[in-house]
Design a protein around this ligand. Structure first.
Ligand SMILES: CC(C)(COP(=O)(O)OP(=O)(O)OC[C@H]1O[C@@H](n2cnc3c(N)ncnc32)[C@H](O)[C@@H]1OP(=O)(O)O)[C@@H](O)C(=O)NCCC(=O)NCCS
Length: 156
């Protein structure tokens, strides 16, 4: 798979089932349907899905949720289908979120990541995020620290 044919677009309620399937296979403490529905309604939240294929063959590969907070932004959720990982989709979604939040006026992007999440930490490192803090016992199932990562966004 190349990322050439991936399309990133705003999520809608019709995407919920596919999003929840990926969310549930990706996280021990996943968001539920009502969280996504509420998020879709909020103007400062940007829910974007990556898909590939044509017409009825389109497949939702992953999604990213970004939150705009004035000149700051935060990645609130990011996941790729377990069958589509390590093919550039996560990086594509993250690059899209960085560009979209930058265009919306953010100069810095934050996120939290489980300390043991090797794949995500490698992805963020590849995009020049740096560790700026730690939230002790932030995650459940299992309880684990979150690392706070930061990425400066180029001026608009
Ligand atoms: C983290 C996640 C989104 C990465 O998505 P992905 O589509 O597999 O990532 P990409 O293919 O774009 O990888 C980009 C880079 O990240 C790093 N990376 C990604 N997965 C990795 C892994 N399992 N091990 C080591 N490095 C990894 C590599 O540097 C990779 O570049 P390379 O393939 O050229 O070496 C995906 O593993 C996932 O959905 N995990 C479960 C949910 C999750 O942890 N989300 C993040 C919460 S903070």
């Amino acid at each position: 798979m190349t990322t050439d044919s991936i399309v990133v677009r705003p999520a809608s309620r019709e995407d919920l089932a596919a999003i929840l399937t990926i969310e549930n296979e990706s996280f021990a403490d996943p968001w539920d349907a009502s969280s996504f529905v509420a998020t879709l309604e909020l103007s400062h939240m940007r829910v974007r899905v990556a898909e590939q294929g044509e017409g009825g063959e389109r497949e939702l590969l992953g999604y990213v949720v970004a939150m705009l907070l004035g000149d700051e932004a935060e990645i609130a959720d990011l996941a790729v289908s377990s069958t589509a990982r390590r093919r550039g989709v996560g990086g594509f979604l993250l690059d899209h979120a960085m560009e979209e939040t930058r265009r919306a006026g953010a100069s810095v992007l934050f996120l939290e990541v489980r300390e043991s999440n090797v794949a995500a930490r490698a992805l963020y490192e590849s995009r020049a995020f740096s560790t700026v803090g730690r939230r002790r016992g932030y995650y459940r199932q299992p309880v684990e620290d979150a690392l706070i990562l930061k990425r400066d966004l180029a001026p608009t």
